[in-house]
Design a protein around this ligand. Sequence first.
Ligand code: DC
Length: 213
Amino acid sequence: MIIAIDGPAASGKGTLGKRLAAHYGYRHLDTGVIYRAVAKALLDQGANLTDEARAVAAAEALDPDSFSDPALKSQTVGEAASVVSALPRVRAALVAFQRQFAATLPGAVLDGRDIGTVICPDADVKIFVVADAGVRAHRRTQEALARGEAADEAQVLADILKRDERDKNRAAAPLKAADDAHLLDNSHLDIESGVRAAIDIVEAVRAGRQSRP
Ligand code: DC
C-alpha cells in the first residue's frame, strides 16, 4: 500500500507520515528533505539557487545518508528548498528515486507537496493536510526554539506565507490537493488526535475497497 500525504509547510504532515508508517510497519520518506538537501548543497557551494544546471547536478549526486543531517531543518535551508524545488529539471531528476521508494515492499508513506498529484497519482490513500497559517507559524517557532535557534514568530509567519505562495503558484508540480485526496484539518488537533484522524481515513478507504463487489 502507498499512502501519499501532501500539505503546506509546517502543517504537521511529516509527523503524521512518520506515525502512520510506524503504525502500519511501512517505510517513510519525507520528500521535503530531498529538496532541502539539494538546496543545502547549493548553499554550501555558494552557488545561485536558480542555477538549474548546478541544482540538477546536486540532485543527481544526492546521498540519502545525508537526509538525517540536522542542518537540513533550518529555516534558511527550507526557504532555499522552496526556490530550488520550483526548477522543473530538478524535480524531474528526483522523480525516479521517490517512485522507487514508494514501490518497495511492504508499503510506504511519502509526504510532500506533489505526492498525490505527480509522484504517486495511483496511491492507495491520499491525505491533504491543512492548518491555519498562525498555528503553523507557532509550531515552527517552538520547534526552532527547542533546537536552540533564534526564531521570531511574526517573521516565521511571514516566511511561511511567502513559501505557501511560491509552492502553490509555481508552474512545475504546484502544491495542491489531488481530486481524490481526503482533507485533514490539523489546526486544532494535538499529535495523537491528528494521527487518529489519519488512521481513520486509511481504514475507511480500506474498508470501502473491501466492500466493493
Ligand atoms: O516540507 P518541507 O518544508 O521540508 O519542504 C521544503 C520545500 O521543498 C518546500 O517549500 C517545497 C519543496 N518541496 C516540494 O516542492 N515538493 C515536495 N514533494 C516536498 C517539498
